[in-house]
Design a protein around this ligand. Structure first.
Ligand code: CP
Length: 321
């Protein structure tokens, strides 16, 4: 794997390898000395043109724990604010000998465009409304841990299958503006789960009927049959018009309220990529419930990003390119 731009870049063997190595990386998190020498001498630039708490911090921690040199660049404070183009900015940084760029940008396709310009490897940390592949990987990691805790396996899944086979995953909310849903649908297809998408008609992306998922506006009908319920943030900053009458009405129809929490399948897990709008798409009762995986997802973010960086930069082949 040269870059990670889309969840569709990964076949089942690659996804499994990333999740398995992330399990080893997860051990580092509980050690007093959180350092592995794997990426010593490598330089990773995290360049974020959009705000982030989880992704930027976890990529920085991941790089540091693997002993890489990590540098953070944001549009504010760089020469981008003086009008330098994305291409000139990336070529300038690339000329400094960077090994890997982790990039977030508001334009769909920006990471792929950057990958076509630079010599360094590129990880898409979110491009507009397009994709966020490491989010889908960390979601899958958290779900896999949850499935294993629910039904400890004595033998692994059959050859060519995964713990996700036969599982039903609901992704609920603002699908229109979500890069997380696109990456999750692609990754879950590879892993073999069944994804059901739940949203009001105004928040359905064009062409969703080609995604190969069940689509519904009736959250109450699907809730009791799902093994994972992933709530998406209502992205008000990307909404120019009125996509629903009021936040209260949205919550009534699409929020994971305390009442809906009680209607979930026993043992089902709750995911949210964050940041959460408590009281809008998710109640505090659900966000903080015993079956909420929200903080597991955050912890998994570091381990999975360590694994992704290791897969991109950790081999001799990577060192030569
Ligand atoms: N889930 C996610 O991408 O969060 P941040 O915007 O805080 O990175």
């Amino acid at each position: 794997m040269r870059h990670l731009l889309s969840a569709a870049d990964l076949d089942l063997a690659e996804v499994t390898s990333i999740l398995d190595v992330a399990e080893d990386m997860h051990q580092v998190q509980s050690r007093p000395v959180k350092k592995l020498p794997a990426l010593r001498g490598r330089t990773i630039v995290n360049i974020f043109f959009e705000d982030s708490t989880r992704t930027r911090t976890s990529f920085e921690i991941a790089g540091k724990w693997l002993s890489a040199d990590t540098v953070n660049v944001s549009a504010k404070g760089s020469s981008v604010s003086k009008g330098e183009s994305l291409r000139d900015t990336m070529l300038t940084l690339d000329a400094m000998g960077v090994d890997c760029f982790v990039i977030r940008h508001s334009s769909s396709g920006a990471a792929a465009q950057v990958a076509s310009w630079v010599k360094a490897r590129v990880v898409n940390a979110g491009d507009g409304q397009h994709e966020h592949p490491t989010q889908a990987l960390l979601d899958a990691y958290s779900m896999r841990q949850h499935f294993r805790a629910q039904a400890p396996v004595t033998a692994g899944p059959e050859q060519g299958s995964t713990e996700f086979a036969g599982k039903r995953i609901a992704i609920v909310g603002d699908l229109l503006h979500s890069r997380v849903v696109r990456s999750n649908v692609l990754l879950q297809r590879t892993l073999g789960s069944e994804v059901v998408l739940v949203a009001p008609p105004t928040l359905l992306p064009t062409g969703i009927e080609t995604w190969g998922c069940e689509v519904t506006g009736d959250l109450d009908a699907v809730l009791p049959s799902c093994d994972i319920v992933m709530m998406l943030r209502v992205q008000r900053e990307r909404m120019a018009g009125g996509y629903f009458p009021t936040a209260r009405e949205y919550t009534e129809r699409f929020g994971l309220t305390e009442e809906r929490l009680a209607a979930m399948k026993p043992g089902a897990g709750i995911c949210h990529p964050g940041p959460m709008n408590r009281g809008v798409e998710i109640s505090s009762a659900a966000a903080d419930a015993a079956n909420s995986l929200v903080l597991d997802q955050v912890a998994a973010g570091v381990a999975v990003r360590m694994s992704v960086l290791y897969h991109l930069l950790g081999s001799d082949e990577g060192a030569d390119q």
